[in-house]
Design a protein around this ligand. Structure first.
Ligand code: PGA
Length: 259
């Protein structure tokens, strides 16, 4: 019922020639019968080359961030309309690096989500707790807060254009993956919260990806959890062969979901 998605977040890596080469290798390695979504999120400066390289493929294109304003005196920012014009299908909003390093608040992220929908972009909205919050048993409280504030006043119609990415901050780039059970528990909680906000029917349609040290070696087990609908992959998405293995995960559970 929920179409799985494997998304690669290339962060601030690769020059244009490297991005083109990696995109081509991923495109050429895709199983033509693949039924789920594959998405690449390069830097702004590499959107164009990746778009060209993947034009005749089902690969979706995403930016990693955007401004909530349409245009104007906002030096250094990129708007949703510019991303749409560059060929983006999606934009990542609220990655923990944006929250932590660039101090983006829940309120700002909420504005960005609304602006994304205004320009017909879909969004991958990231949420997740820090290690300290997990150790203080605040995980659910944090997730609830990020969902309630981030998705405030978003209509049930627009919520269909959101993919949630649960990324425990302590698992990002650290090599420490949440256990599939830990991830599944958080995903169940997130879906319950979404049900309260948008109704059970809508919530059952929203894809929830897991992110944080996803690798070729752990993807099968993660994708075997019923509420894990895909993955947002950082480091491992920069290596064509490894990322292709992640894309072509093996899971009875998730293969059944799309039938
Ligand atoms: P990682 O990053 O896979 O390198 O841990 C994931 C992310 O930040 O989206």
């Amino acid at each position: 019922m929920r179409k799985p998605m494997i998304a690669g977040n290339w962060k601030m890596h690769l020059n244009s020639a490297e991005a083109a080469k990696l995109a081509a290798a991923i495109k050429n390695g895709l199983d033509p019968n693949l039924k789920h979504d594959v998405l690449l999120a390069p830097s702004f400066t590499n959107l164009e080359v990746v778009r060209k390289e993947t034009a005749s493929s089902p690969i979706l294109l995403s930016a990693q961030n955007m401004c909530w304003e349409e245009k104007g005196a906002f030096t250094g920012e990129v708007s949703g309309s510019q991303l749409k014009d560059a060929g983006c299908d999606y934009v990542i909003i609220g990655h923990s690096e944006r929250r932590k390093i660039f101090l983006e608040s829940d309120e700002v992220l909420n504005k960005k989500l609304k602006a994304a929908f205004k320009f017909s972009l879909k969004a991958i909205f990231c949420i997740g707790e820090t290690l300290e919050e997990r150790e203080n048993n605040q995980t659910y409280e944090i997730l609830q807060n990020q969902l309630q504030k981030g998705l405030k006043d978003i209509s049930a119609q627009d919520v269909e254009n959101i993919v949630i990415a649960y990324e425990p901050v302590w698992a990002i780039g650290t090599g420490k993956t949440a256990t599939p059970q830990q991830a599944q528990e958080s995903h169940i909680f997130i879906r319950k919260e979404l049900s309260k906000m948008f109704g059970e029917g809508e919530a059952s349609k929203i894809r929830i990806l897991y992110g944080g040290s996803v690798k070729a070696e752990n993807i099968d087990e993660l994708m075997s959890q019923p509420d894990i609908d895909g993955a947002l992959v950082g480091g491992e998405s920069l290596k064509a062969e490894k990322f292709l293995r992640v894309i072509h995960y093996q899971s009875a559970v998730n293969n059944e979901k799309i039938q």
